[in-house]
Ligand binder design. Sequence first.
Ligand code: PEP
Ligand code: MG
Length: 596
Amino acid sequence: MSPPDKIREEYTLQGVAASPGVAHGPALLYLQQELEVPAYSVEEEAIEDELARFERAIIQTRVQINAIRNQIAGSLGEAEAQIFDAHLLVLEDRALLDEVLQALKSERKNIEYCYHKTAERYIEFFNSMDDAYLKERVADIRDVSRRLLRNLLGLRRADLSALSENKVLVAEDLTPSDTAELNRNQLLAIATDGGSRTSHAVIMARAIRIPAVVGLREATRSIPEGAEILVDGYDGIVIVNPSERTLFRYGKIASARKRLDKIFQASIKEPSTTKDDMPVRLELNIEGAKDLEQIEAVQYDGVGLLRTENLFLKQHSYPSEAVQFEEYRAVVEGMKGKPVMIRTLDLGGDKQLCDGDSKEDNPFMGYRAIRFCLDHPLVFQAQLRAILRAAAYGPVKIMFPMISGVEEMLRAKAAVEEAKVSLREDKLPFDEGVEIGCMIEIPSAATIADLIARESAFFSIGSNDLIQYLLAVDRVNERVAHLHDPAHPAVIRTLVKIIESGKAAGIPISICGEMAGDPLFASFLVGCGATSLSMSPGVLPEVKFFLRSFTLKAAQDLAKAVAAADDSAAVMNLLQSFHQKHVGKVLASVAEEVEK
Ligand code: PEP
Ligand code: MG
């Protein structure tokens, strides 16, 4: 029986444009079900049935884990697949299973209740140990117990890593670990109810160049599984059951976009300078060596931000020094002599290693980034040693995220010295002269940027967090996403102040938040004196094209006017007029073609 016609009518959902591009295909719904574990008594004679159910669920779980293991071994390699060997060990752990059976016999409660209770006790026990290795076990137990409980309860969750056809993913929200699992070759686009432009999962989608629209609120409720949908990542809309006419119109938009991309791409081999030859470094934000596969590294000025969390999120645990070293070395070698700015671990916030064990009410203001690293010397030392060793293969800089004051900066620098001492002792080659700087992304750091500059070889402004903290707008909450406003005069004044402090100290200043890849803001940042803009590879050609269209003096005049503007609307007007004046003609000529 075919579905009623109404279901196939075209309708549009408005969200927030998060990653550029247009794609259409069948929807795959990815729903996160809260695990509610029921508790009920079972009769003596039903105990055998409970045991049989348990055995079936264990076999089913083993088959699933093995399948994921083999898939990861094939795509990422044996080292990454090993985490799933650990999962198999947890699944078959004799002591834990015996305790579950004991509970079943003594308490006569349903098997999922007994399993859940026992697993939670194990988690609590390991969690109370202040030891990175044991904490790793917590993540394993939690992951395995959830999978087993889902199987016992007959709940299904689409397996993202096993996404095997070209589909559009429709989800309530995605965590960064979800995004890390995505198979970039199989996924057409992403549409989510929640999230905002600067949530980490979305930034990662941009890095792998998948069109995305977020903040749709109703997508999972109003889009049926398998429905044909079109995701427009430029305008932030999703069209369900697009008509032939809509597809035709989008076909024209796509070809206009291709023409524009060609125009932008033509400038990529030109030097990164303003029209009057003032150099501005244009660098890449990447998540790992894999991101370099699709680009010709020599065309860029370097990596301005290597986010290192992906490696941790992908394997849901702390990767060894050796695994990290291989990854960082691959990036450094891939950049063929261009500098690579490696940011130390920024876990926490929306990047949790394992959900649940460290739930905080305000994770973005909690146990995150440098706070976590300074508290976990073993984890921090392993990463610092890996970075320093990779630096023996090409120019590397280290930067610390979420620095809030001078003392934190000094402690982080001391940790680098400690890593150097241990590498000398181990007689391992590394670069002694690696430059160390920090991100300015917390208002306190912005306020005392002059003091922090004395301890920093460079600044990199993290505008995503800076805006979040300055305007008190949670970057992953779609209800306040419209308030995340880079044009707010408070943001503008703070940026001017940070850049002035950096200039006064004679250190280079980069911007690596999403603002740097927005052509409208790029001109203002250059006018303020930023020496480098770092952004995802997809937007860099357009920014370079624009950069080459204006003079430094024009950008400086723009920056002065923007800094004096009273409100966001006035700021946006100035930025848009400047953009229009310099590249408007080219953009208009392409737009005219679409209208024809
Ligand atoms: C930022 O905060 O602007 C930034 C670049 O870091 P992240 O987005 O990873 O927090
Ligand atoms: Mg940040």
